[in-house]
Design a protein around this ligand. Structure first.
Ligand SMILES: [Ca+2]
Ligand SMILES: [Ca+2]
Ligand SMILES: [Ca+2]
Length: 301
């Protein structure tokens, strides 16, 4: 009887205590960029109050960029990480029929940021001639990927928003001028191909009172194309309720018009998961469960 109880504890507790809590799991089944059901986020244009960059239909969310550099951001229930906690954002998307190449690098950008002002849940203007006050000094981490640089192998880089930003910034990911590059991966020969599904991941793990591990990766099917991880040793960002995506001009698609074909990438799913560090009492219970399993095996011999 005892051993059965111990076995039950071990089997029941391990998956529930250690598994991630899903905060967002949005596949746009409602065809609406706004949150109309459980586990959805709200998706906004980061470049125009008239929304020039976001389109949604049944099963997808489109970031309309084509010949223009533009972005979108999604807002969700804010999460604060305790030491040991982890937040992971996974973006599944497909490239359009036309994929370009860039000379500068780092033109495909993903961020996790602080949802520190309710006004961020809106279509917002930003650009080279317009400073967006809500984006200025927004605490954020960015992972950016090179897109098909001729004669140069591509890489992943990890950046942190400067706090404070230089004057005249406030474009969120529209420029990397307001960002400090924390490090880059080794160069590898990955390729963004047209009409192909990819998965980009950013994960953040708080490792101390003022330290954060940051990981970014790009995959195609079961192939990991590029990844990088590093530690932010001070001045960490630790409240998160916003994700952002930016694509520079002429990288994804040939049209910059909403509703047209070949106008940018299409997301098929965005998932945001919070993995809490196991509580000491939970660890103790798991240990108890494991001891129970051992005991059961001994008794069975
Ligand atoms: Ca929706
Ligand atoms: Ca589209
Ligand atoms: Ca820092």
């Amino acid at each position: 009887m005892k051993r059965n109880i111990a076995l039950s504890i071990s089997v029941l507790l391990m998956p529930t205590i250690l598994s991630a809590q899903i905060i967002v799991n949005d596949s746009w089944a409602d065809g609406n960029r706004l949150n109309t059901g459980p586990l959805q986020a709200d998706w906004w244009s980061s470049t125009s109050t008239g929304n020039n960059s976001v389109e949604a239909g049944a099963g997808y969310l489109g970031l309309v960029t084509g010949t223009s550099g533009r972005g979108l951001h999604g807002t969700f229930t804010p999460q604060t990480l305790a030491i040991g906690d982890k937040l992971t954002a996974t973006f599944s998307f497909s490239t359009p029929a036309t994929v370009g190449s860039e000379s500068g690098g780092g033109g495909f950008r993903f961020a996790i940021a602080d949802f520190n002002n309710a006004g961020l849940a809106a279509d917002l203007q930003s650009g080279s001639t317009f400073v967006q006050p809500l984006f200025q000094n927004l605490p954020s981490y960015m992972v950016d990927f090179d897109v098909n640089r001729p004669l140069v192998a591509d890489d992943t880089s990890i950046r942190e928003h400067m706090l404070p930003e230089p004057a005249g910034a406030g474009r969120f990911m529209g420029t990397t001028a307001g960002w400090t590059q924390l490090g880059t991966s080794t160069d590898v020969d990955y390729t963004f191909a047209p009409n192909t599904p990819y998965v980009a991941v950013i994960s953040l793990t708080r490792t101390g009172a003022d330290s954060m591990d940051i990981f970014g990766s790009l995959s195609q099917g079961s192939s990991l194309l590029t990844s990088h991880s590093l530690s932010d040793a001070s001045g960490i960002v630790n409240n998160f309720g916003l994700v952002g995506v930016w694509v520079n001009s002429n990288l994804m698609g040939s049209s910059a018009n909403i509703g047209e074909a070949n106008n940018g990438i299409d997301f098929t799913n965005v998932k945001i998961e919070y993995t809490p560090v196991p509580e000491p009492s939970a660890i103790a219970l798991i240990a108890l469960g494991a001891a129970g399993l051992l005991l059961r095996r001994r008794l069975a011999v």
